[in-house]
Design a protein around this ligand. Structure first.
Ligand SMILES: Nc1ncnc2c1ncn2[C@@H]1O[C@H](COP(=O)(O)OP(=O)(O)OP(=O)(O)O)[C@@H](O)[C@H]1O
Ligand SMILES: [Mg+2]
Length: 255
């Protein structure tokens, strides 16, 4: 169990050395233990914003305040599981902790715990090529969770998974989030995925990205599969889509 970090982005923008303005100033507060999704057109700066939140990229202006303190562990899950093929599942799950310099017995304990959390108990000795796509994604999640992050950043982690598996993985991810207590930020192109998982959905404009709307998702947790078929779910997904279209359609039409 980790303590969710709260984050405040204050006037955060990004202009790359090439001169490309990826993000216009963004103000956004993420509450401790919240799960938020970022949606927006391709190239609008979602991954850049996630990397700024992860501390991997420095903002050009503004600042990103993390509480409790900058030492709160941050973990990143990429679209590609990026596992080491010569390592077993448990050794892959230990990887990020090794880089953090944790003691070997602690590595083993935490890896076993994280693998159990994602439903991979009993598969510790298998290699990535012996796992299904969904299992590989769960392993990538376990590797991040083993760090006990206060902030978990997910960049389209389910994009390569078939639709039914994707829905099941969303349900698992939501349960994990509730159990582990981290603050979650997910980048996704799926409006339904964003609404299903999140307390709030942040809609971004085309590049340079800025926040155009924050849609509150009032459904109680745990979110059930039945929710997906409800009229209220469809209405909220429609609201997010409309916010996206308001920003993109007029420009595309005159392009
Ligand atoms: N290191 C970099 N140097 C220069 N430009 C970059 C760099 N990283 C990203 N960009 C540019 O910044 C813009 C935003 O990129 P980013 O990857 O954040 O978009 P995105 O919203 O995640 O897109 P997608 O949905 O396609 O993943 C793009 O125009 C991209 O080419
Ligand atoms: Mg991206």
């Amino acid at each position: 169990m980790s303590i969710g970090a709260s984050i405040a982005l204050e006037g955060v923008s990004k202009r790359f050395d090439s001169g490309l303005q990826a993000l216009d100033p963004i103000d956004l507060e993420l509450r401790a233990g919240e799960f938020v999704s970022l949606v927006g057109p391709s190239g609008c700066g979602k991954s850049t914003l996630l990397r700024i939140l992860a501390g991997l990229v420095a903002p050009s202006t503004g600042r990103c305040r993390l509480a409790p303190g900058a030492e709160a562990a941050r973990a990143f899950v990429f679209q590609e599981p990026a596992l080491l093929p010569w390592r077993t599942a448990e050794r892959n799950a230990q990887l990020l902790m090794e880089l953090e310099g944790l003691a070997p017995d602690e590595l083993q304990r935490r890896a076993a715990e994280a693998l159990a959390l994602v439903g991979l108990a009993g598969m510790e000795k298998l290699y990535p090529h012996q796992l299904s796509g969904g299992m590989r994604m769960r392993l990538s999640l376990a590797r991040a969770l083993a760090l006990r992050p206060g902030l978990l950043l997910l960049d389209e982690p389910l994009a390569a998974v078939d639709e039914l598996s994707r829905e099941l993985l969303q349900e698992e991810l939501s349960a994990l989030w509730r159990q582990a207590g981290f603050t979650g930020v997910l980048v996704t192109h799926s409006v339904h995925e964003a609404v299903f998982l999140s307390k709030r959905v942040v809609v971004m404009s085309p590049r340079p990205g800025r926040v155009v709307e924050v849609v509150e998702v009032p459904f109680a947790f745990p979110r059930t599969p039945q929710l997906r078929a409800s009229a209220e779910f469809a209405r909220l997904a429609g609201e997010v889509t409309a916010a996206l279209r308001r920003e993109t359609v007029p420009r595309a039409a005159f392009a």
